[in-house]
Write a protein that binds this ligand. Structure first.
Ligand SMILES: [Ca+2]
Ligand SMILES: [Ca+2]
Ligand SMILES: [Ca+2]
Ligand SMILES: [Ca+2]
Length: 405
C-alpha cells in the first residue's frame, strides 16, 4: 500500500507539555519522519500520530535539557519557571515529566477520522451533462399499430394484424331480390349494420355479418337468383380496442366482389375484375364489381342473367396506402376472406368455423359446398357457381387471420 505523503496540517491537539516517553506504543510518534511512517505500516491513523509530532524539518526535534533525552514538542505552555506542571488551556493537568510514560492519549486520537487526508484528496470533476440524445427505442412484441414495435425495420410483419382484424372487424354481406336493395352507396342494408343479421319482413332484403370469430356467416337466399338480384358488402371495425388502428383499417382495406355471367369471369388470380379495384364499384358487362369502398358503407352490385353454373364470383381483399405501403401490404397479407356457396340446402350452420374444405383448402370449382379465398395477395380469386342458384342455396363469408411466415 502506498504511503501517504506527510501533509502540513493541523494535528489533533496533544494536551499539555509532553516529553513523550518512547514506549513501544508511541515509538512511531517519537521517531517521526520517514522512519516513523514506514514503521507505522502506512496506516492512516499511525501516520497521523507521526505527523503530529514531526518537526517541520521532518526529523525529531532536539530534546531540551532535563528531559532525559526524550524527544518532545511543546504543544502547550504548561511548565512554569518553578518546573511545576500547570493546567493546559482546557484545564487538564498534564502528565509527569519525570520520565514516566505518558498516558496513551494519542490512541484515542489515532482512531479519529482523517479530515485532512480527505481534504487533500483530488477533486472529482463533475460529470459532463449528457447532450440531448434521441430517446432509446423500447423494443417489444410486434402489434397491429403501424409501428415497428420489435425494431427489426418492418412494421406489423409476421401477420400482426390478422388477429386484430379477425377479432375486431366485420364484413357484412347483403342480398336482395326484386332490386329491393339500396341503390349505390348506403350506410345500411336492411337491418344491418345495427343488427348482425336479419331480413326485411317480406324476406327480400337480407344481411348477415361475420362474428369476430373467424367463422362463416351463412346468408340464406330466396327465389330465383337472377338479373333482378343484388349483392352488397361493407367492412367495419370496432372502435375498441384501438380506435386509430380500426379507423386506419376501415379506410385502407376493402373487400372487392365481382360477378360475371356466361363464363366471363376474370381468370383466377387476376389483378383486376372489370374496373375494380382501381374503381370501388362498376356496373359494366360482362364483368361487374363492387366493394366495401374504404368508408364503412355498403355498395351494391346488380347481378345479371340467370345465376347458375356458368356464373363466376371473384373476391379480393385489398389494402392500399400511398403513404404507408409497407403497412398496407402487411395487413393485406395477414387477412384472408373466404367466400362460399352451398347448393341443395347443404350449407353449414351460421358461425361454422368451416365451409366445406375452407379454410383448410379452397375448393372453388367442384362440389355442392365450394369456396374460394383471397390468399393475402390483393388479387381476384374466382368461385364458379354450382347448379341453379335459388332458394335452396346459401352464401358464406368469413374474415380470418391468415398465417404469415
Ligand atoms: Ca417490426
Ligand atoms: Ca406494429
Ligand atoms: Ca331473383
Ligand atoms: Ca348464368
Amino acid at each position: 500500500m502506498p504511503i501517504a505523503t506527510p501533509t502540513p496540517i493541523a494535528a489533533p491537539p496533544l494536551r499539555g507539555l509532553r516529553p513523550v516517553a518512547c514506549s513501544a506504543a508511541l515509538l512511531f510518534g517519537c521517531a517521526g519522519g520517514d522512519a516513523g511512517r514506514a514503521a507505522a505500516g502506512g496506516d492512516g491513523s499511525d501516520a497521523l500520530i507521526g505527523r503530529s509530532i514531526t518537526s517541520p524539518g521532518g526529523g525529531p526535534e532536539a530534546p531540551p535539557e532535563g528531559t532525559g533525552g526524550v524527544p518532545w514538542r511543546d504543544v502547550g505552555p504548561s511548565i512554569g519557571d518553578d518546573g511545576a506542571r500547570r493546567p493546559t488551556a482546557d484545564g487538564e493537568v498534564p502528565g509527569p515529566i519525570d520520565g514516566t510514560p505518558a498516558p496513551p492519549a494519542p490512541e484515542a486520537d489515532a482512531a479519529s477520522p482523517l479530515p485532512a487526508a480527505d481534504a487533500a484528496a483530488p477533486a472529482v470533476p463533475e460529470p459532463e451533462p449528457e447532450p440531448d440524445a434521441a430517446p432509446v427505442p423500447v423494443c417489444g412484441v410486434e402489434t397491429c399499430n403501424g409501428q415497428d414495435d420489435d425494431c427489426d425495420g418492418t412494421v406489423d410483419e409476421h401477420g400482426a394484424c390478422g388477429p386484430y382484424v379477425e377479432a375486431h372487424c366485420r364484413l357484412f354481406l347483403g342480398w336482395a331480390d326484386e332490386r329491393r336493395g339500396p341503390a349505390g352507396r348506403s350506410p345500411a342494408w336492411g337491418p344491418c349494420p345495427a343488427a348482425d343479421a336479419g331480413r326485411s319482413p317480406d324476406g327480400e332484403v337480407r344481411c348477415a355479418s361475420t362474428r369476430r370469430t373467424g367463422g362463416f356467416l351463412m346468408l340464406d337466399l330466396d327465389g330465383d337468383v337472377n338479373g333482378d338480384d343484388q349483392l352488397g358488402v361493407a367492412f367495419q371495425c370496432d372502435p375498441a380496442p384501438d380506435a386509430a388502428v380500426s379507423a386506419w383499417l376501415e379506410t385502407h382495406c376493402a373487400l372487392f366482389l365481382g360477378h360475371a355471367d356466361d363464363g366471363n369471369g376474370a381468370p383466377e388470380g387476376s389483378a383486376d375484375w372489370g374496373p375494380c379495384p382501381a374503381s370501388t364499384d362498376g356496373v359494366r358487362a360482362p364483368r361487374r364489381c363492387t366493394s366495401t369502398g374504404f368508408d364503412r358503407q355498403f355498395r351494391t352490385m346488380n347481378l345479371s342473367g340467370n345465376v347458375d353454373d356458368n356464373d363466376d364470383v371473384g373476391v379480393a381483399f385489398v389494402c392500399r396506402a400511398p403513404d404507408a405501403p409497407e403497412r398496407a401490404a402487411a395487413v393485406q397479407a395477414a387477412v384472408e376472406v373466404f367466400f362460399g356457396q352451398a347448393d341443395e340446402n347443404r350449407a353449414p350452420p351460421d358461425g361454422s368455423p368451416t365451409w366445406g374444405t375452407c379454410p383448410g383448402a379452397v375448393q372453388p370449382n367442384q362440389g355442392e359446398i365450394r369456396c374460394a379465398g383471397t390468399a393475402g395477395d390483393g388479387r381476384f380469386h374466382r368461385l364458379r357457381m354450382e347448379g341453379d342458384v335459388d332458394g335452396n342455396d346459401a352464401l358464406g363469408l368469413a374474415l380470418r387471420a391468415r398465417r404469415v411466415p
